[in-house]
Design a protein around this ligand. Structure first.
Ligand code: NAI
Ligand code: MG
Length: 363
């Protein structure tokens, strides 16, 4: 069976990192008959230059039809002054919206070789492997009303509205429980039910979803502020954390810093299963941006992009063995003392993007 992948390398270091994943795809096709069929499209500034839009309708249609989308990074100083609705980020937002990618998966894995680069003590993070599941399409970032009202007395009022409906909480909880079954079988749900009605509902619906379909998974609840504290105090107590859009934005950035460089962090965004095929729409991307300061130098760390591809193998194609092997190869290469500039350490050998990719493939 062929597996279709749409590659959207984007701008800056996006294409440099994507090139290393393309080498991996070639290896999997040649040595394991993986059957990947790739197509390419433009997104961000490069799409704006070619089509005057942050993503063309043709490439949007390809994204909707693909089994999975691999996304590099978008943006850069060249496009700082383009009109707001065609700015580079608009391409990513359009993909998330049209593909209805409501579940954002952000793993925080601390590779042993990098434990001393964390902002925490090595023993707190060494061997860390947690997954934050953030609701991505609802909550206070999208709820209406959302406006600044002029109160007429020299005062203004900024309004954002936190809104969650039952189905939105049910489906994100379902993703978290399903993922937990493939990992440590534990979910911790975080909200603020002590001060927010949406938090009360979140807690109720997660509990009911658990009882109905996932009672084999261990479920705990934590207030999101206490959760932030626990993430920094003893992160290894968690396996999967499920939380809303706003808390997830903050908690996943906190978790990211437990593990070291931006150049190491992958992510996945998943949609609802197709009623006919059961397959979820999915987009995989590194957490970092286009890094204009190092773009074009061959110095970018490709690991975040490669680890995003490992997530793609795991979640879109059930190639669990290959995903495990790829993640072990990353760890082994780091253990061997090969580093890109962003994760450079004393006594290590500094390499560029291409050599890092080659080392992982060789491993
Ligand atoms: P950034 O993530 O591009 O860079 C922040 C710092 O981290 C820079 O010093 C960069 O050199 C370094 N860095 C990032 N990824 C790296 C890697 N793989 N290897 C080595 N070093 C790495 O964030 P910044 O500077 O805030 O934004 C730059 C541009 O990227 C802006 O136009 C921004 O809008 C865009 N951006 C795009 C994102 C996306 O495509 N999803 C996400 C974040 C920012
Ligand atoms: Mg954020």
């Amino acid at each position: 069976m062929t597996k279709t992948l749409l590659l959207l390398p984007g701008d800056g270091i996006g294409p440099e990192a994507m090139a290393e994943v393309e080498k991996l795809i070639d290896v999997l096709n040649a040595e394991e008959s993986a059957g990947f069929e790739t197509d390419r499209g433009l997104v961000g500034g490069s799409a704006y230059d070619a089509h005057g839009a942050a993503i063309s309708e043709e490439d949007m249609a390809k994204a909707m039809a693909a089994d999975a989308v691999l996304f590099g990074a978008v943006g850069g100083p060249k496009w700082d002054d383009v009109p707001y609705d065609v700015r580079p980020e608009a391409g990513l937002l359009r993909l998330r919206k049209d593909m209805e990618l409501f579940a954002n998966l952000r793993p925080a894995i601390c590779y042993p070789a990098l434990a001393s680069a964390s902002s925490l003590r090595p023993e707190v993070v060494e061997g860390l492997d947690i997954l934050i599941v953030r609701e991505l399409t609802g909550g206070v970032y999208f709820g209406e009303p959302k406006e600044i009202v002029d109160l007429g007395n020299g005062q203004k009022r900024g309004i954002d509205t936190q809104v969650y409906d039952t189905f939105e909480i049910e489906r994100i909880a379902g993703v978290a429980f399903e993922l937990a079954r493939t990992r440590g079988n534990k979910v911790c749900s975080m909200e603020k039910r002590n001060v927010m009605k949406s938090g009360v509902l979140w807690n109720e619906v997660v509990t009911a979803t658990h009882k109905a379909n996932y009672s084999d998974v261990e479920l705990t609840h934590m207030l999101a502020d206490a959760g932030g504290m626990q993430l920094v105090r003893w992160p290894k107590q968690f396996d999967v954390i499920v939380t809303d859009n706003l808390f997830g934005d903050m908690l996943s950035d906190v978790a990211a810093m437990l593990t070291g460089s931006l150049g190491m962090l992958p992510s996945a965004s998943l949609g609802a299963p197709d009623p006919k095929t059961g397959k979820r729409k999915a987009l995989y991307e590194p957490v970092h941006g286009s890094a204009p300061d190092i773009a074009g130098q061959g110095a970018a760390n490709p690991i975040a992009m490669i680890a995003s591809f490992a997530m793609c193998l795991r979640y879109s194609f059930e190639m669990v063995e290959q995903a495990d092997r790829l993640e072990r190869a990353i760890a082994a290469v780091l253990d061997s003392g090969i580093r890109t500039g962003d994760i450079m350490a004393e006594g290590a050998r500094q390499v560029g993007t291409v050599e890092m990719g080659d080392a992982i493939i060789a491993q």
